[in-house]
Design a protein around this ligand. Sequence first.
Ligand code: C2E
Ligand code: MG
Ligand code: MG
Length: 704
Amino acid sequence: MIADTRLPDNPITYVNPAFEKITGYSAAEVLGHNCRFLQGDTTQSEALEELRSALIEGRECNVLLKNYRRDGQIFWNNLYVAPIHDVNHTLTHFIGAQNDITDLVNTETALRESERRLDSILSSVEAVIWSIDAQTGRTLYLNPAGEAVYGRTLEEFYRDPTLWLETIHPEDRGRVSIERELLRKSERLDLEYRIIRPSGDVRWLYSRCSPIKNEQGVIVRFDCIDTDITDIKEAEEQLRHNAFYDKLTSLPNRSLFIDRLNHTIQRSKRRGGFMFAVLFLDLDGFKVVNDSLGHLAGDLLLVQIARRLEQCLRPSDTLARLGGDEFTILLEDIFQLQDATKVVNRVLSALQTPFEIFDRDVFTNVSIGIALGSGRQLLDVLSQSSESIGYYTQPSDVLRDADIAMYRAKKSGKGCYCVFDREMHADAVARLQLETDLRLAIEAEQLQVFYQPIVALGSGKIVGFEALVRWQHPDRGFISPAEFIPIAEETGDIIKIGSWVLERSCQQLQDWKEMFRDFLDLEPLTVAVNLSAKQLAQSDLLPDIDRILATTKLQPRSLKLEITESAIVENPATAVRILQALHERAITLCIDDFGTGYSSLSYLHRFPMDVLKVDRSFVTDIDTGEKNQEIVNAIIQLAHHLNMETIAEGIETEAERAVLEQFNCDFGQGYWFSHPVDGASATELLRQQVGMTTAEQLAKCERS
Ligand code: C2E
Ligand code: MG
Ligand code: MG
């Protein structure tokens, strides 16, 4: 295109065919016109300004113009304009060479748009994105997240190629640089390492790097993405901690203790069988603290105990909380039993000082069982202690033996310790056998209910019976309830046994009532059934009693339940609720073995008790012992004052009976009147009392 500058408005004087093709205008249409028709409505732009001033100044210029074709479509015109002078150096024309670079412009725009988008994405992601020169280690690119994660400015990284390695935790640095070198030979590298921020904060990063090669296959740079995984690491750590540590006291838990004990056994096995000890600690009366002061107080106490126990140990010993109020201590590398008992004595005396819980002084003690062991069979140990050193291969066996010894310590009194020996093991095995046998005893019909008469001390008449369970073991013969009831309480079998005794006794009494229907003075006859602490805590005790009364058709007032003070003290909150509900059903409630436990009448007054049974220990020899006389007299008077009837247990002589009658004790029970006897013998006792002949009784039975 050529424009004549000598004519007004610089008209076009020539266009070539390429002009016609690009613009869509024919030469005829444009010759004689100024070329501004290509600009459309655009009158102001930087490029136009530049063009105008070049034309005025008569110099060449190169501008990019947004122009319009004849059909209105935009095209990008890369226009080069040069002045043409005549021989006198006068400007006569401008020659313009225009190039349609629309495609190029569009591509560039799209590219810029895509770059902007990428930049915005890279700026907004939390992950750090790096590009590092493979030769020099210089940072080629680093997104803004780098600043947030590393706590350093991007400039610092661009300036200093070694800074990145310096930020890595010294413990991880060596490993990271070695692995980084390996990246040159691999496709990808995944790394986890810690960095230290200038503030001292330590963060965990997960880094994924890939080597990028040029067309010749030479690695030119490394592209990496770093993610801050500190939160994940902390959560993982927490999970690991939870799995091996007790939440409340932060002490190792059972799993970790067993793990450490296992290592100790293995080490002892390898290293000539050195001796170790496990102490099993169980708090005395922890339940009372929990029940009286609340669980929060119980928790506080456990934490304080944990801290105090720690102070009794060497750093190499392991103290763990197994659960509840049970703690264990592992002592390694000890030489004699005394090394363990020294620790035990330290523990026992450390617990002498009370704990302060919610401004109260709380005293607690522990019972401790000790199991001494070795990972190898020891032959030449001192004869005095060889009995007690066990050869162990399993941690659970050591724990079991320490537990057995603890149990023995607990039995011999509070705040005691006991060392496990082989005899105890035999006892424990026997006990386990007994537990198993007991479980089957009901089904095997080895249990029986015996009845011991309760007699009115004035008239000497039977007013009721106490039901007492009996166990005829096929091998061991008769086993006393004093032996097996505590076991049944521990295993929970007492629930089943208790319910069975209750049903049997209610049925028996109802049968007697039918049998002796015509003898009016038997109407108030009652049966007293013992209720254990476990039963009192059992949730379906009330429905079970209701069911038994309904099926046997026994009047609730004919049933007495005997409960010991300790059963009530064990769980006063539940006890008061259950006892109240029983009382509302008109069932008579007796306090059993009074005088052997808590022995507080005022305390008992809070419970709806109707009858007090004076324990046998006060009754024995009451006719000769003045002290017992005073006590029993006072108990009977107080009980009467509280509207309770009294029964003296274990009367064995007429003299004892006479003293008790003189003290106005209402009823009595004991060998003097009758031993506990089976159902048939008890029937006979009743028959004698009413003077009924056996024939009459049989006839009665047949009728009913
Ligand atoms: P307890 O409830 O105090 O029962 C009285 C115990 O004293 C019975 O012992 C009885 O045989 C014994 N006894 C009665 N009179 C005399 C006497 O004059 N002299 C002597 N030395 N002893 C006398 P037993 O039957 O061996 O029962 C012991 C304990 O076992 C009972 O004490 C009771 O606590 C428990 N028990 C028995 N049967 C059951 C039961 O069915 N359920 C529950 N939970 N406990 C039971
Ligand atoms: Mg009893
Ligand atoms: Mg008793």
